[in-house]
Design a protein around this ligand. Sequence first.
Ligand code: ZN
Length: 411
Amino acid sequence: MQISQQQLDLVNDRIRALVEAGSFYGKKLAEAGITHVETPEDFTKLPFSEKKDLRDAYPLGLMTAPEEEIVRIHSSSGTTGTPVIIPYTAKDVDDWAIMFKRCYETAGITNMDRIQITPGYGLWTAGIGFQNGAEKLGAMVIPMGPGNTDKQLQMMQDMKSTVLCSTSSYALLLAEEIEKRGIKDNIHLKKGVIGSERWSDKMRKHISESLGIELYDIYGLTEIYGPGIGINCEYNEGMHYWDDYLYIEVIDPKTGEPVPDGEMGEIVITTLVKEGAPLIRYRTHDLSRIIPGKCKCGRCYPRLDTIMGRTDDMMKIKGVNVFPSQIEEVLANFSEINSEYQIRISHLDGKDTMRIYVESTGDVDFDALSKRIAEKVKSRIGFTPIVKVVEVGVLPRSMKKTARVIDERFD
Ligand code: ZN
């Protein structure tokens, strides 16, 4: 989706602010001699920003507004090394709440809802993001934070919570506890707003059915406000995102070139009005695609498909970008096989070959099944793999998803 003139004007405002403040990116832009962009083509020549840059700017190198205007910082979970610190102005905090309010509204949540918030509060953007948006909406917030399942379920019943905000794994845990304790009749939940984890359709269905609620996927990352920058609507065909606050591109993660709408690639985000720490062309390493065309709901906000994984998972086979999650989704539709699989990519006689191994019990016709699977995979990724069905228990078990893909081309 090409950047609009209005969005370009906002980008130029942000470039000016960055350069004037002499913050981390301001210096980078100044060194590269960039003061403004004229056309969409100019925009695509702007350098990307990366998580590593953000770490290098620790602690407050990203701060682009004057200190007296900064009201808060958040930090992304530093599982490896230095954390990232993102400063927010009062306007940033308010803009984020407006976006989050839109998310709730898109999910059909109103000021008559009672919203139980279970993600964590603190340096994280999670809990407080859910809370600010809900208050902006005028709903009643029950700010639980994570854990303490007894208290969580007690409040859920006594307060008659109608909306659960949580991670998919915690929603699953609560659903199982409710079932185990036989208290489903005392639960008033109607909707779940589930934040930022990749989860399978199977798990979604399980949570939705056992709690009897509709589920909504909310997208976001700490570097770009936090959760609340996009959510699916009632038609559940991708997540609408707020293009008056953000410009989103999808690029080929290998070449950095933009891919056409509809094609899978890496999400790159530019903040259009952020003051505390504006980001230009920030590489998220999240994989998805822009869904072309208008949504059935009539909203004019563009859509991103569900996050399909991380760029590190990508494989290039026969010149096509393939992601394990695409294969996994196809396989999940076959009840004859279990969830174990292995993908082997090799290079024979000048050609790339992909072999997919799956497991099934002995009472199905292996040849017929592998043909059917190969056809379905082809319709998804564009070329035919070799599918081999093996007896249950043959494939190595591994907790790590990456171990399921073996690329023998570079051995
Ligand atoms: Zn829609």
